[in-house]
Design a protein around this ligand. Structure first.
Ligand SMILES: NC(=O)c1ccc[n+]([C@@H]2O[C@H](COP(=O)([O-])OP(=O)(O)OC[C@H]3O[C@@H](n4cnc5c(N)ncnc54)[C@H](O)[C@@H]3O)[C@@H](O)[C@H]2O)c1
Length: 331
């Protein structure tokens, strides 16, 4: 049973960023009409390869109001966010103001224009230090940094807006987004780049002298941290499944997005050396504060309920698409 009209035009905030741009492309491929909103603070004009790009800031309520008046939006995917854990610790004000404040502004304008379907880019950082792995959605949420806390706040706001205003949402808690488009047209480009795979590959290209491994004495088989890497195209596919979920009139819910397989930093380095055919200089460093030893998803809920299973998240495909992007990168 459908609730209201089918979803066609979708506002994608942060659609010029890494995960948003891959999702915009997938939405268009699936017959939706994505409209990208981005202030280009971290995103790239060249990353928006289809549909209109509205350049503006989420904090600008008049801009949002005008955008919703000009486009007949039927759902919103909210990627735009400050995303640096370390920065959130030193400048929490920025994170609460922008991540929580902007989400509230956006939700307010949505309600004004009677748009009641919302998909949130949430994160495994809402769980904090795991008390058990793999982490399921029923794991307690106790974020250990302001970044994770802001996403947890938004989730709680959404629950209350659902109850009070019938705003239906899907919160997707990503583990580590990784990999790039299969054709190398779009890909990950952050400055500074903090994600492990691009850092490793850029070290292979000589952009950095070495890659530092933060901690080799964790209680893991090889002593380095273990993470669950999910291909950005599988994340994009999960957003399509989430739209269909809301379109079918299903209830608001939360889903982990990961593979259920964890790889250590050493395993990532080995795969990078295989894929590039190069020896990558490594410096063994000490632990970073707040890095849990192991973060691996139990994504069975998304598998069973959204009908979503990762298709391209095997480690070799992740690394090969990332390397292809580094070799071809346009921005
Ligand atoms: N990359 C990951 O591994 C990961 C993991 C978990 C969750 N997430 C979440 O997924 C989302 C997307 O992450 P990403 O890696 O693609 O980040 P990104 O920085 O590449 O993309 C975010 C985009 O939002 C835009 N933006 C930021 N503030 C804005 C504002 N005030 N107004 C308009 N545009 C604004 C930026 O210009 C950028 O294009 C974020 O919400 C992030 O918290 C990412």
């Amino acid at each position: 049973m459908r609730e209201g009209k089918p979803v066609d035009k979708i506002l994608v905030t942060g659609g010029a960023g890494y995960i948003g741009s891959h999702t915009v492309r997938e939405l268009a491929a699936q017959g939706f009409e994505p409209v990208t909103l981005d202030n280009l603070s971290e995103g790239h004009r060249e990353a928006v390869v289809t549909g209109p790009l509205e350049v503006g800031d989420l904090a600008d309520e008049a801009f949002l109001d005008d955008l919703f008046s000009r486009h007949s939006i039927s759902a919103v995917m909210h990627f735009a966010s400050r995303c640096y854990v370390g920065e959130s610790v030193t400048n929490p004000k920025l994170y609460y103001e922008e991540n929580v404040g902007n989400a509230m502004t956006l939700l307010g304008v949505m309600l004004k224009h009677d748009v009641k379907r919302f998909i949130l880019s949430s994160t495994c950082a809402t769980y904090g230090d795991p008390i058990e792995v793999p982490i399921s959605e029923s794991h307690p949420q106790d974020p250990v940094n302001p970044y994770g806390e802001t996403k947890y706040f938004i989730e709680r706001i959404l629950k209350q807006y659902d109850r009070a205003y019938s705003l239906r949402f899907v919160s997707l808690r990503y583990f580590n987004a990784a990999g790039d488009s299969l054709d190398g047209l779009i890909g990950e480009s952050h400055d500074p780049e903090t994600h492990l795979i691009p850092r490793i590959l850029q070290t292979a290209q000589g952009k950095y002298d070495y890659i530092e491994v933060f901690g080799t004495d964790y209680p893991t088989p090889d002593g380095t941290c273990i993470r669950d890497y999910i291909h950005v195209l599988d994340l994009a596919a999960a957003h399509i499944a989430a739209v269909r979920w809301l379109e079918a009139g299903k209830a608001s819910d939360f889903f982990n997005l990961g593979t259920g397989n964890g790889y250590s930093v050493r395993a990532m380095l080995e795969m990078a050396e295989q894929v590039t055919g190069m020896k990558i200089p490594v410096k063994m460093g000490s632990r970073r504060e707040g890095d849990p030893a192991e973060l691996v998803a139990d994504a069975s809920k998304a598998n069973q309920q959204l009908g979503w299973t990762p298709q391209v998240s095997d480690l070799r495909t992740v690394m090969e698409t990332a390397w292809n992007w580094e070799l071809k990168r346009r921005y």
